[in-house]
Design a binder for this molecule. Structure first.
Ligand code: KIV
Ligand code: ZN
Length: 529
């Protein structure tokens, strides 16, 4: 293992213990960039709060020059979220980018500007259309400009893992000379192997003048499913900052998952003798909050936070766990936030039991109005269904925790008779005003969606529609996913209800609300040399 535990006086962290790894969370920037995962301002603020309580050291809040919406969310997070260093992304060559990042971050107690530019031959030639010497100049310009706005400056070599080693050394040296205090080497396209990543960091530490005065950082994408393995190998090579996202969300196959890395470091401390500042018992809660906000559940067998991560189906395993949990559990479920209680709720459960259940499921921060609405929906469901399971409650409160929705579902009445068109009367509230529409269609869902298009006219195309039962039984709730497409932008929405048509309308309304957020976004202008 490389011995880089030199800790210098870092502008944001002072003198960190030599075994401390910095956790840099980019759920709100790289994670949010992935198709269908966009969040509105209120959702980002909730996530930021949760990430700060989880104990992340640095939180990348967005890319301010990209859109007014991104600027505002970085600014608001900088103003309200305490405890973590707030970071904003900027391109090294964009004077506007660095100024926007500095302005958005102004209210933060501790702030970092993260500037990046591509350094691989492929990216320089085809994406940037720049000569290597121009890229070197922009690295100096970008880091100098960022350093004039804050002492905590990170520089990233985009596509760093596919960069020529000699040129990478020159780039890193230029960034350090211009004032960067953290150097990030991303595996942008998820191509590297663990051996590559360990070698790259060891090489930079051995060869670049000034390398012992900065923190090296790993940022691994998961295209080959190696994101976490590459991150651990980067730490072996000398990286002391890890960039990651909750649930591993991110561009394409995602980024390395925060919960997996943190628990790997903790569980295999014998091989990775490092600590983080993460309160691991909150991992499940934050994972669920993100899944709720984005409407993307993690797969059941996802490590740490998947529904089956600690479930033992086979009799032999169950017997072993009952005799001694360590037989089949390498960490305790409680250490990452699972509780052993599987209290089933029914129509006699009261508000206090419901509130306790919500807390255990990660919805402890619901305000009274939302709690009341969720409780009313729970009572309604409990009247229709014999037993209400955790999955039912999660599906049901998903709708209630969404903030700042322009459009909300009101009510629906439906007439349907086999062989005849269905007809629907639908009411919505749009920015507080009630809107009603009638429509017919080829079946109940078609009629309901036609009514929705008439109540709130829009051109988005329905690109996906799927329904699944939340639990077993004919009285189970339906959970619907709707994907809408508009001008190449995709958004997914989810809804749940014991009535399948209502669940479909809730999902459609959720997707429409996300589309309204997306419309606000534009790509930043192209960089010129
Ligand atoms: O993957 C990547 O290269 C990035 C950089 C902007 C750090 O996300
Ligand atoms: Zn990335």
């Amino acid at each position: 293992m490389s011995a880089t535990s030199h800790i210098i006086n870092h502008p944001s962290f002072g003198r960190l213990p030599a075994d401390r790894v910095i956790i840099f969370d980019t759920t709100l920037r790289d994670g949010e960039q992935s198709p269908g995962f966009s969040m509105n301002l209120a959702e980002k603020l909730r996530m930021a709060e949760a990430l700060a309580s989880l104990g992340v050291d640095v939180m990348e809040a967005g890319f301010p020059v990209a859109s007014r919406g991104d600027f505002d969310s970085v600014h608001q997070i900088a103003q309200h979220t305490k405890g973590a260093v707030i970071c904003a992304l900027a391109r090294s060559g964009g004077a506007k980018d660095i100024a926007a990042a500095g302005e958005a971050l102004a209210p933060a107690e501790r702030k970092r500007i993260h500037n990046f530019i591509s350094t691989s031959p492929l990216h320089m030639k085809y994406k940037l259309r720049m000569e290597p010497e121009t890229v070197l100049d922009l690295i100096t310009t970008g880091n100098t400009a960022a350093r004039n706005l804050t002492d905590d400056v990170e520089w990233s070599a985009e596509d760093g893992s596919r960069t020529e080693p000699d040129f990478l050394c020159r780039c890193v040296e230029a960034a350090i000379k211009a004032g960067a205090t953290t150097i990030n080497i991303p595996d942008t396209v998820g191509y590297a192997t663990p051996e590559d990543m360990e070698r790259i960091f060891s090489m930079l530490l051995a060869r670049v003048p000034g390398a012992d005065q900065v923190i090296f950082s790993a940022h691994n994408h998961n295209d080959l499913g190696l994101g976490v393995a590459n991150t651990l190998a980067s730490v072996r090579g000398g990286a002391r900052q890890i960039e990651c996202t909750i649930n591993g969300i991110g561009e394409r196959a995602g980024n390395a998952a925060l919960e997996e890395i943190v628990m790997a470091l903790r569980t295999r401390h014998d091989q990775y003798p490092f600590t983080t500042g993460i309160h691991t018992e909150s991992l499940l809660k934050v994972s669920r909050m993100l899944a709720t906000i984005t409407s993307f559940d993690v797969q059941p067998n996802k490590a740490i936070v998947g529904r089956n991560a600690f479930a033992h189906e086979s009799g032999i395993h169950q017997d072993g766990v009952l005799k001694n949990a360590a037989t089949y559990e390498i960490m305790t479920p409680e250490s990452v936030g699972w509780t052993r209680s599987s209290l089933i709720m029914g129509k006699h459960s009261g508000r206090a039991a419901f509130r306790d259940k919500l807390k255990a499921l990660g919805y402890g921060d619901l305000d009274d109005a939302k709690l009341n609405d969720a409780f009313a929906r729970f009572k309604d469901l409990a009247d229709k269904k014999k037993a209400v399971y955790d999955e039912d409650i999660v599906a049901l409160v998903d709708d209630e925790v969404r903030d700042n929705e322009h459009i909300r579902f009101g009510a629906l009445s439906l007439t349907s008779c086999s062989g005849k068109p269905s007809s629907v009367t639908l009411s919505l509230t749009v920015d507080g005003e009630t809107v009603e529409a009638d429509a017919t269609g080829n079946g109940p869902v078609d009629a309901a969606f036609n009514a929705l298009r008439s109540a709130f006219p829009h051109d988005a195309r329905l690109a996906l529609f799927s329904v699944a039962a939340v639990t077993e039984g004919t009285d189970a709730q339906a959970r619907t996913t709707v994907r809408l497409e508009e001008d190449g932008k995709l958004v997914d929405g989810q809804g749940a209800d014991a009535d399948t048509v209502v669940s479909a309308v809730r999902a459609y309304v959720h997707a429409l609300n996300k589309l309204l957020v997306k419309r606000d976004r534009a790509e930043p202008e192209e960089l010129t040399a």
